[in-house]
Design a protein around this ligand. Structure first.
Ligand SMILES: O=C(O)[C@H](O)COP(=O)(O)O
Length: 215
């Protein structure tokens, strides 16, 4: 059975400032760096063989810190990027106009192809995240990969594995440097394919980020 660990990157400057990141980027805060070290401490004895990360700066930095603890190389995969939030990227969430807020809400109200202008739909996000996860099945037998990605991207992946719509990610709290795990199993009795073992574990963090609670 393949076990895949899923980690959201550490807190960033824009997470702390409540600004929309999407595929734009801001650096980890000191707290974010500390969170990534705590993930490293948590997973160093788990036999992680591959660290595969979104190619954005905040995830790469988080992945490097975890890789130092695990002693494995970091592989970048752009399919693990955050949802492209188009013209709203870099904006402070408290300054959106009513029209802009309506664009954002299209993503979370079930509109199948809802997207922010110049952005991506949840369906498109779901397809590329599942494609990246499926690629883990091509790793050598005995591999145990750890993927570093983003809040909406990982929430969408976990939600859709559970058979929920992609926008159900809004009901799943995946804080910075939380750890989730999905397993690929073959079972005649239970569901075959991907199953969710853990979602959003922050028990390894001494001070979980508050950003998801503030939003
Ligand atoms: O601001 C964003 O883009 C998302 O809400 C969270 O994305 P992140 O996980 O990359 O911080």
């Amino acid at each position: 059975m393949l076990q895949v660990y899923l980690v959201r990157h550490g807190e960033t400057q824009w997470n702390a400032e409540r600004r929309i990141q999407g595929q734009s980027d801001s650096p980890l805060t000191q707290k974010g760096e500390d969170q990534a070290k705590q993930v490293g401490d948590r997973v160093r004895s788990l036999g992680i063989t591959h660290i595969i990360t979104s190619d954005l700066g905040r995830t790469r930095r988080t992945a490097e810190i975890i890789a130092d603890a695990c002693g494995c190389e970091v592989i970048a995969d752009s399919r693990l990027r955050e949802l492209n939030m188009g013209v709203l990227e870099q904006r402070h969430i408290d300054t959106l106009t009513a029209e802009e807020e309506a664009w954002r809400r299209q993503l979370v109200n079930g509109t199948p192809d809802g997207r922010i202008p110049e952005g991506e739909s949840m369906q498109e996000l779901s397809e590329r995240m599942h494609s990246a996860l499926q690629s883990c099945l091509e790793l050598p037998p005995g591999s145990r990969p750890l993927l570093v990605s983003h809040g909406i991207a990982l929430g969408c992946l976990v939600s859709t594995i559970l058979g929920l719509p992609a926008y159900a990610e809004r009901r799943l709290r995946l804080r910075n440097c939380s750890i989730s795990r999905v397993d690929h199993q073959q079972s005649a009795w239970l569901a075959s394919g991907w199953v969710v073992e853990t979602a959003g574990d922050v028990s390894h963090l001494d001070a979980p980020a508050l950003d998801e609670l503030q939003r």
